[in-house]
Design a protein around this ligand. Structure first.
Ligand SMILES: Nc1ncnc2c1ncn2[C@@H]1O[C@H](COP(=O)(O)OP(=O)(O)O)[C@@H](O)[C@H]1O
Ligand SMILES: [Mg+2]
Length: 264
């Protein structure tokens, strides 16, 4: 009789075989058994101020340091503001941009303003999703990007929610097809328990949720990996901190307290 089931040892072996992208975010790779499986498209969801953009910047900058080129699609902030925000954590991307190993796809300015004229990858009509896909595809090829962060996908479909699933699926085809391991930032409201809507949540390979909860008069940060195709991961809610060096996840700690909002 053939053996269809594999033993525990085989599973551990398979886990080791999965090609992974090391985020370099302290504590985060640990709770993912080593990193994000290559080509996964991960929804990074959370309310305002939970650290989504910082997480994305840190993921990209750590890639650059490891020789993995990256792209940030800026839909929420001016590219100049993004560079400034990154430099505040000591993540200076100018050298990598000059070498053509990092790029910001400007889907914010529509090419308007003096500073925008200096941008290399500009989506002239930010409402035109096909144009964004075309600019992104060109940027990925030229930069040979291995990591992509879209901040945020919510901006793409907030006024046309029925388009959300189709947009995310098309992004996934392009990103994964070109070999990138990607983070799609998803904005949810402070009280919302989900990750950005059913269409989007089911379309992605992974979901990580960042939270900020008031517990006994104090705001506490935590994150949870809800889903990650291709790997085992922690099922616990881990506290994390934002410092002037970026995010630090406490992989050995669990946030157990009941949330204030749920207790009311
Ligand atoms: N140097 C820093 N040290 C500690 N916390 C910081 C620092 N810079 C920013 N923050 C925190 O990060 C938050 C913003 O994170 P951000 O990634 O922009 O949030 P999001 O994109 O989820 O809205 C701020 O509200 C602040 O609490
Ligand atoms: Mg943000």
């Amino acid at each position: 009789m053939e053996r269809h089931l594999c033993g525990e040892g085989d599973i551990i072996f398979w886990e080791l075989m999965v090609e992974r992208v090391i985020t370099g975010i302290p504590g985060f790779d640990e709770i993912l058994s080593g990193g994000i499986p290559k080509r996964n498209v991960v929804l990074l969801s959370g309310g305002p101020g939970t650290g989504k953009s910082i997480f994305g910047y840190q993921y990209l900058y750590n890639g650059l340091r490891r020789g993995e080129p990256g792209i940030l699609v800026a839909l929420e902030e001016h590219p100049v503001a993004v560079r400034i925000a990154m430099s505040q954590f000591g993540w200076d991307v100018s050298e990598y941009e000059e070498e053509g190993r990092f790029a910001i796809v400007d889907a914010f300015t529509a090419g308007i303003g003096e500073a925008a004229k200096r941008e290399r990858y500009v989506v002239r009509a930010p409402d035109d999703f096909q144009m964004l896909i075309d600019v992104l595809r060109t940027a990925i090829r030229e930069v040979k990007a291995e990591r992509v962060v879209v901040d945020s996908v919510t901006t793409l479909y907030i006024t046309k929610p029925v388009m959300a699933r189709g947009m995310v699926l098309q992004l996934k085809r392009v990103l994964s097809g070109l070999g990138c391991t990607s983070i799609l930032v998803s904005q949810v409201s402070v009280t919302e328990r989900g990750f950005g809507g059913p269409g989007v949540e089911h379309a992605v390979d992974g979901i990580v949720r960042l939270d900020l909860d008031e517990i006994r008069g104090e705001l506490k940060r935590s994150l949870i990996v809800w889903k990650m195709r291709g790997t085992a991961h922690s099922m616990r809610r881990h506290p994390f901190e934002i410092t002037d060096k970026g995010i630090i996840v406490k992989a050995a700690e669990v946030l157990k307290e009941v949330r204030e909002i749920e207790r009311e």
